[in-house]
Design a protein around this ligand. Structure first.
Ligand code: ZN
Length: 270
């Protein structure tokens, strides 16, 4: 069982590579002027998929140092079941410190290949498992394994979660907002930090909500594509901090976006 879980995670880089995260040229195409579909201010959310222990060991200290909250989409069946994944004590520490715990399914399947019953079990069981471990406020939001979803997956996710974050590349804008198709920017082994800085600047200039998608952080022994070293991660977190762009969890980003989408000028507390 353990081997199988690890193996299914290793497949992530191979399968999800189909949509590159954009290039510096593409970032330059975003004009920087108000009214370009932006919110009243830019936001950035740092998100992690799968629940790797390297996120706790290597990324979490950097996030505390830079005072940036994060959203961890946890594959609930891996918690306490595989040494490559965080334990429930580690996840509880994150939650206690203000990070958000989201769901990444129970067993990391390819959602579009499942029957309706299997899909519901994955979504419901993951939420149940995470809430049993960490209480009723966690698992409000979902990210599909491998970034794979279809209309049926979205329909099922709506029954259990308040949003779905995809791995489709882009910025979340007021004009094109869809909480069940939140877009992100994948930060991969080969993603230059200058490109990440460009995304941060574009979000700030245009009032976009930038969602960064990370997987493993730390020493990259296997040359995995979905893996960046700790120093690079730290550079990117310092870039966020130095930009003045507001860093929020996905739950906080949804709250702030929703206020603006319903036409209210009220801002949630910082
Ligand atoms: Zn995953």
């Amino acid at each position: 069982m353990r081997r199988q879980l690890v193996f299914s995670f290793i497949l992530v880089p191979l399968i999800a590579l189909g949509s590159p995260s954009g290039t510096a040229t593409e970032v330059g195409k975003h004009p920087s002027f108000p009214g370009n579909g932006g919110f009243s201010r830019g936001l950035v959310s740092v998100t992690f998929d799968d629940g790797w222990v390297s996120q706790y060991v290597n990324a979490h200290p950097v996030l505390r140092e830079t005072d940036i909250p994060a959203t961890y989409y946890i594959t609930s069946g891996c918690v306490d079941a595989d040494p490559a994944c965080m334990t429930h004590e580690q996840i509880r520490t994150l939650e206690d410190q203000g990070d958000e715990i989201g769901s990444h399914s129970q067993t990391h399947p390819h959602m579009p290949t499942l029957s309706a019953a299997e899909r519901n079990v994955e979504l419901a069981d993951s939420r149940t498992t995470l809430r049993r471990m960490f209480g009723p406020t966690v698992a409000a939001n979902f990210a599909a394994p491998f970034g794979e979803y279809d209309d049926l997956t979205i329909g099922a996710a709506k029954r259990y979660y308040g949003s779905q974050r995809t791995t489709d590349s882009g910025f979340n804008t007021k004009a094109g907002f869809n909480r069940y198709r939140l877009v992100g920017q994948n930060v991969l082994a080969h993603t230059p930090s200058d490109l990440v800085r460009g995304w941060i600047e574009s979000a700030k200039a245009n009032g976009y909500w930038l969602i960064l998608v990370y997987h493993e952080v730390g020493e990259n022994r296997n040359g995995g594509v979905f893996h960046i070293d700790t120093a690079t991660f730290r550079d990117q977190m310092l870039a966020i901090r130095n930009s003045g762009l507001a860093a929020v969890t996905v739950a906080q980003g949804l709250e702030e976006s929703t206020f603006q989408l319903i036409g209210s000028d009220r801002q949630p507390p910082q």
